[in-house]
Design a protein around this ligand. Structure first.
Ligand SMILES: Cc1ncc(COP(=O)(O)O)c(C=O)c1O
Length: 370
């Protein structure tokens, strides 16, 4: 797996921040010039045909990676925007109170989006102290009074992985809709959207997919798609964008009804290229490599290791809590050019395909011996 290290731009030091921004592929720049710039530079035509082809490549590869259909994906700038659009599009929104279950560990932006998307919303938060990888916790909170269940596949501050299939199963038993956030799991944990059968999935490609910011997306279950009426629309949401009749709007039959006006293109060119790379490597292989390095880290520093250690409950990120030594060790890591960050429960360490045993050993050495 270390051969993959050569495929990425890595500066000197040890980069362990893939939960934040994944490194850029060396081939991305040439691909971007070919797919985005050359059609614009060289032909006496508008480049939309090639640009839209780049977006189709993006949704096609997402469909391959996530085991679904390209027509169920729609580009979105980020997760917050996708979530807002989805929440506002549902038949019950604006008609009655909607009670949503989410966790205090969810990324705050997800709460902000939901609180503001609907006037009549009641959010029930699962307390931060509870284990989000424990199915019993979800079972306890999901009941007939809940309308929607929001799940993060991965909670990046605690390194926990939610049991998404089981949660969706409980939710269905109580007639709840389900929304899954895959920001922190795409391209590092295997995901099968057809098996999950959630109502909506939102994600982006800036983290483990190494594709830079701006290439978010929404996936909508085909059974509920016909009932979704997005409020934030534009000509690219129309079934036939080139009809140009201001009196006639027909939502696209695919998830593109969530698209909007003239789309941005550049982020999806990068993302299509990068996702293609991970589809070729195989997410299973990425996870094996990631889990192997997490296991080594846990074996070397068990006294500081706070995130789960089982493969089905841990995410791609390890959380290390140094207690009273936190500031000192953080400063030492910085001096040694070991790029990590810290959140509420400790330091976050995310080994990707471009990391190897040497990166983990360097970190362990700094922690143990300064
Ligand atoms: C779990 C999770 N969800 C969502 C986001 C980001 O959401 P958005 O794309 O709206 O900025 C992050 C960013 O770190 C995240 O970790």
């Amino acid at each position: 797996m270390t051969a993959y290290k050569e495929d990425f731009h890595l500066a000197s030091g040890h980069y362990l921040l893939s939960h934040s921004v994944g490194r850029m592929l060396k081939t991305a720049q040439t691909d971007f010039v070919e797919q985005f710039m050359l059609p614009w530079q060289q032909q006496n035509q508008e480049p939309w045909q090639q640009w839209l082809g780049g977006i189709e490549r993006f949704t096609a590869i997402l469909a391959e990676l996530l085991h679904s259909e390209a027509r169920l994906f729609c580009p979105q700038t980020n997760l917050s925007s996708g979530l807002t659009k989805w929440a506002m599009s549902l038949p019950e929104s604006g008609i009655r109170k909607v009670r949503v279950l989410m966790s205090e560990q969810d990324f705050p932006s997800m709460g902000f989006a939901l609180q503001n998307a609907l006037d009549n919303i009641d959010i029930v938060y699962i307390p931060e102290s509870l284990n989000m990888h424990d199915p019993a916790v979800w079972q306890q909170y999901i009941d007939d009074k809940i309308d929607w269940v929001f799940v993060s596949h991965v909670y990046s501050n605690s390194g926990q992985q939610a049991p998404v299939s089981q949660i969706i199963h409980y939710a269905k038993q109580h007639g709840c809709r389900t929304i899954v956030d895959i920001a922190q799991s795409l391209s590092v944990l295997p995901i099968n959207l057809s098996e999950w059968d959630a109502d909506c999935v939102i994600g982006s490609c800036v983290k483990w997919s190494c594709a830079g910011p701006g290439a978010g997306f929404i996936w909508v279950n085909k059974t509920i798609l016909p009932y979704c009426e997005p409020k934030d629309v534009g000509w690219f949401s129309h079934q036939n964008p080139f009809e140009f009749d201001i009196h006639h709007f027909e939502p696209n039959e695919s998830a593109l009804r969530f698209w909007g006006g003239t789309p941005s293109v550049a982020p999806y060119i990068y993302a299509g290229h990068s996702l293609g790379y991970f589809a070729a490597v195989g997410v299973k292989a990425v996870r094996e490599h990631n889990f192997g390095l997490l296991t080594k880290l846990q074996a070397a520093l068990p006294e500081f290791y706070r995130s789960p250690i089982q493969e089905d409950t841990c995410s791609g990120t390890a959380i290390l809590d140094f207690g009273p030594y936190h500031d000192e060790i953080k400063a030492r890591l910085k001096r040694a050019s070991i790029a990590v960050d810290n959140r509420r429960y400790g330091i976050r360490v995310s080994p990707h395909v471009y990391n190897d045993q040497e990166d983990i050993e360097a970190l362990v050495e700094v922690v143990k011996n300064g």
